[in-house]
Design a protein around this ligand. Structure first.
Ligand SMILES: Cc1ncc(COP(=O)(O)O)c(C=O)c1O
Length: 396
């Protein structure tokens, strides 16, 4: 009998773009932390970027009711009309602005929104300016759509955010779009509405498009975050049910697009994935009730208390955090007193001390090897235990 032909390793046909897609280290560390937990180790997980709070009960109940009562089917690709209307009402109630439901595109997490945005905006070789550090997946959304992400080094002087001046200085004939996030992941810092307005002016003058990621809106500790939609329709605004609404696993987000892009976004969504989860969309209709808002606002107060505990504790250990994070649930800290290689530091910290934090390398290149990100939405006793282990590990 003939032996089946063995396929040589070199026959693997891997797309050239894959060379530029790096692992998402946060996810890899979470996997390692889970493997250690499965071996019986107790891990303080300060790596994953999701609230520790459950999805509010009324949302869960609405999901259960959807399963019981309806036929779960495909929905329109841009979302159910009733959810798009509800989101329009949310902008009216929260920001006092009119955002027509026709411009609101419901997506699979804000990740889906980012992919669609890059899909409709980028031609091969087009460049997107982002802050370095910023959310790891952004540069890969750009690359997956054949564009090139250009990270602009930012530091404490601009609260780790792009400025209009930086955008103008780094603009090239290939620049198609600029992406900002406020509050930012990994730094938790905000952009003022004035600075977003100035960045928008530069982007328009240069003939590009501005994308503003507002996924951490609702999780701010000083002034309320202002939406770019408060001053213009001419912007892609990205948002999600994942963070403020504590619905990471439901995979539901949305974007607000300039009116003349909506048909193209719909065309792409129809083909890429037909529709978003019907169950999640039905559940999310319960997200805007006064009871849920009260719960989410109580969560926000807890996030704040968690930050107020962890920030001084980390600084006391010798981490440096030059700009106070005013939103999201992250602290981006320099660990240069301890290491110049935070990638190894993070794996060692996890293996030796059972504390999982994210290495700076996930978020870009600029001084990445000296930074780590702490994700702090955890009960304060857990944070205290993390700090205790860190102190011991660092020999303090
Ligand atoms: C800044 C930012 N944008 C987008 C996302 C994607 O989140 P999701 O797809 O769950 O909405 C994240 C997740 O951590 C994020 O931090």
């Amino acid at each position: 009998m003939n032996r089946p032909e063995r396929v040589p390793a070199h026959a693997r046909r891997l797309a050239s773009r894959m060379a530029a897609i790096e692992p998402f280290h946060v996810v890899a560390l979470v996997t390692r932390a889970k493997a250690l937990e499965a071996q019986g180790r107790d891990i303080v997980n300060l790596v994953i970027g999701e609230p520790d709070f459950p999805t509010p009960r009324p949302i869960v109940e609405a999901g259960i009711e959807a399963l019981r009562a309806s036929r779960i089917g495909y929905t329109p690709s841009l979302g159910t009309p009733v959810l798009r209307e509800a989101l329009s009402g949310w902008y009216r109630a929260r920001y006092g602005i009119e955002v027509p439901a026709s411009r609101i595109c419901v997506t699979s997490g804000s990740s889906g929104a980012l992919l669609l945005t890059m899909g409709v905006l980028l031609s091969p070789g087009d460049e997107v300016l982002t802050a370095d550090p910023s959310y790891p997946a952004n540069r890969h959304f750009v690359r997956a759509m054949e564009g090139r992400a250009v990270g602009i080094p930012v530091g404490a002087d601009s609260a780790y955010q792009l400025t209009a001046e930086l955008v103008d200085r780094h603009w090239t004939p290939r620049t198609a779009a600029v992406m900002v996030a406020s509050p930012s992941n990994p730094t938790g810092t905000l952009l003022s509405l004035d600075e977003i307005t100035r960045i928008h002016e530069v982007v328009r003058r240069r003939g590009g498009v501005l994308i503003v990621d507002e996924i951490y809106h609702g999780i701010t500790y000083g002034d309320r975050a202002r939406s770019a939609l408060e001053f213009t329709d001419d912007v892609f605004v990205i948002n999600s049910f994942s963070k403020y609404f504590c619905m990471t696993g439901w995979r539901l987000g949305w974007m607000v697009a300039p009116p003349d892009y909506v048909d193209d976004i719909e065309k792409l969504a129809q083909n890429l994935y037909i529709s978003n989860s019907d169950i999640a969309q039905q559940a999310a209709l319960a997200a805007f009730s006064p009871a849920v808002t009260a719960e989410l606002e109580a969560n926000r107060a807890r996030f704040r208390a968690q930050r107020d505990y962890l920030l001084p504790a980390l600084c006391g250990l010798g981490f440096e955090v030059p700009v106070t994070p005013e939103g999201a649930f992250y602290i981006y800290a320099s660990a240069r007193r301890f290491t110049r290689d935070t990638y190894r530091f993070c794996y060692d910290l996890l293996d030796q001390a059972g504390v999982a934090v994210a290495p700076g390398i996930d978020f870009g290149e600029h001084r990445a090897a000296e930074h780590v990100r702490f994700s702090y939405p955890k009960p304060i006793p857990v944070l205290e235990e993390g700090v205790r282990r860190l102190r011991e590990y660092l020999g303090k």
